[in-house]
Design a binder for this molecule. Structure first.
Ligand SMILES: [Mg+2]
Length: 219
């Protein structure tokens, strides 16, 4: 007899949640602008502020960090794939929800495939009020979508999800969200092991859906 698990709908962000993205930026900034800024000192989500860049430098960096070759080379966060596979196996629906610009759509899909990240839907959301993102839905449209759990690293998005949308949120700890005020629906998680445990507790996703005792195996 298998344990019945109610299928849940899970929102999963890409950058700095499943993809090790921003960790690559200090090296790029040092190479391009000669500025030495440590990852831990990136306490602001806005890269222009965090790296103390001029408007021109920021636009140059923004284009550079969205180049397909760079995006394709990012490593996956430890435990992300395994956890998402486990959730998919339990019948939960996984939605990859990214705030990347629409120019990054195809390469992001390619990266997810290359990393063998399982998901049911891929949606682009205008999380940061960028212009010319026609493929992206607005935050108001996002709010119409029901989620049981969201995994995010942006403090503002996490508050939006937890507060306005009433979603249980696993906030992936990053230097830029440490000053995030927090919310009763939000749990700060240091890694995917903690995210998995939080989900098991808060959203009732048993970590072991079928126990050995009840396993229906004949061999
Ligand atoms: Mg992110």
């Amino acid at each position: 007899m298998m344990t019945q698990v109610q299928p849940k709908r899970i929102y999963v962000d890409v950058d700095d949640v499943v993809s090790m993205t921003t960790i690559t930026y200090p090296g790029i900034v040092q190479e391009q602008f000669g500025k030495v800024v440590s990852f831990e000192s990136l306490t602001c989500f806005d890269l222009k502020t965090s790296f103390d860049l001029t408007e021109n430098e920021f636009h140059y960096l923004f284009d550079l960090i969205h180049e397909p070759k760079l995006l394709l080379g990012f490593r996956a966060m430890a435990g992300a794939k395994e956890t998402l596979e486990a959730w998919a196996d339990q019948g939960h629906a996984i939605e990859i929800v990214t705030g990347r610009p629409e120019s990054a759509r195809e390469v992001t899909l390619e990266w997810l495939k290359k990393q063998e990240i399982p998901y049911d839907e891929f949606i682009m959301v205008d999380k940061y009020k960028r212009q010319g993102n026609d493929l992206a839905i607005s935050k108001a449209e996002l709010a119409q979508r029901p989620y049981d759990l969201a995994v995010e690293d942006s403090g503002d998005m996490a508050i939006f999800l937890a507060g306005q949308m009433g979603v249980e949120v696993a906030l992936v700890d990053q230097p830029w969200n440490r000053s995030c005020s927090g919310h009763e629906n939000m749990v700060r998680c240091m890694d995917w092991q903690q995210i998995r445990a939080m989900a098991a507790q808060a959203v009732i996703l048993p970590e072991n859906p079928s126990t050995d005792i009840n396993k229906d195996e004949t061999k």
